[in-house]
Design a protein around this ligand. Structure first.
Ligand code: SAM
Length: 322
């Protein structure tokens, strides 16, 4: 393969070079979402084991009107509903439908790093909600937020689907501090977080019987092969998730089943893997009120409402900038 056929995404190249050279190897879950990864994530959300989507869907279906009232917008005040990491928007459509029904004056701005996800979302919404004012923005969360600063309309940020859970607590705190810096007084964030619960409920969501979560994790190696000219033999790696109820954190790893070397031609580098060596690919932090309080410390954000499903698996926390 000629180098010109490789991705021009230097951030991806640099990340892979850094992650696979580290003492404890890592790759970021942000790179799960190529076209195949988007499709696999949609399958994950439909799996019987993936309770997160059903729980949050129940909140959005049963409590949409309460959530909207808690936003505290008047009907003639134009506002922006900005969704970070919108994905396929299946849950958000419930909220959008309820807002339209009540004649709120808003524009929906879904933000995602995946253009493919945004294209699919726009297509789906144009048939379901033809009158919706939608303005998709492709890019990294903060780059896009930067470009939205020129507007002085009130904002409601949706950051749902346990997305914040993919960050370690310190990073989550920094993330919320940065997010807060893009907001004005009384702007809101609806933060969808998975709650700490027992291992027999949580772990299967990251290790399903049909092997979709395995395919999702290992697809990262296939993406490196395609975009960076790697020669990973995916059959020699396996998916290894774990969850500790004590810490409330799930971790996913890719395990090297044998001692092996992998060359990534775009990087001009060969990486060595010992038998059973792990590449850390994802964390998913589960929350409770105390952990959220800690993550909100040193921000100008305060909790004003909570919306929880019947089984108490998941909560959408409404947070206000003070
Ligand atoms: C776990 S999915 C959640 C989708 C949706 N919010 C839900 O609840 O179903 C995460 C989404 O965030 C996007 N994403 C991940 N990291 C991102 C980043 N740094 N900037 C923008 N989008 C990102 C991914 O492309 C993906 O569509």
């Amino acid at each position: 393969m000629k180098s010109s056929t490789f991705t021009q995404d230097t951030a991806f190249q640099d990340h892979v070079a850094e992650g696979l050279s580290a003492q404890t190897k890592f790759l970021s879950s942000r790179y799960f979402y190529d076209k195949k990864g988007d499709a696999l994530f949609q399958q994950i959300m439909a799996m019987p084991e993936y309770y997160l989507t059903d729980s949050e869907m129940e909140i959005f279906t049963e409590q949409a009107n309460d959530i909207i009232s808690a936003f505290g917008m008047s009907k003639n005040q134009p506002f922006e509903l900005i969704e970070l990491g919108a994905g396929d928007g299946t849950k958000t459509v419930k909220l959008l439908t309820a807002l339209e029904k009540q004649n709120y004056n808003f524009e929906y701005l879904p933000v995602d790093i995946s253009q493919n996800a945004l294209d699919q979302l726009k297509d789906a919404l144009s048939s379901q909600l033809p009158k919706l004012k939608i303005n998709p923005k492709q890019g990294e969360y903060f780059k896009v937020l930067e470009s939205l600063l020129i507007s002085d309309k009130p904002k409601v940020i949706l950051f749902i689907g346990s997305n914040l859970g993919n960050l370690k607590d310190e990073m989550a705190n920094k993330f919320l501090q940065s997010l807060s810096s893009y907001l004005k007084k009384d702007d809101k964030i609806l933060l969808g977080l998975d709650l700490i619960k027992s291992v027999d409920i949580v772990l299967p969501a990251y290790n399903d019987a049909a092997g979709i979560t395995r395919d999702f994790n290992l697809n990262l190696l296939t993406r490196i092969n395609r975009e960076l000219g790697g020669n990973f033999n995916v059959d020699h790696f396996s998916h290894q998730p774990e969850y500790s109820e004590k810490t409330g954190i799930t971790k996913s790893f890719i395990k090297s089943d044998i001692a092996q070397s992998v060359t990534i031609s775009c990087l001009n580098k060969t990486f060595h893997f010992a038998k059973d060596e792990l590449i850390h690919t994802e964390i998913s932090r589960k929350y409770n009120d105390a952990i959220l309080k800690q993550v909100l410390s040193k921000t100008n954000l305060s909790l004003i409402h909570k919306f929880t499903d019947q089984k108490k698996y998941f909560t959408d926390f409404l947070i206000k900038k003070s």
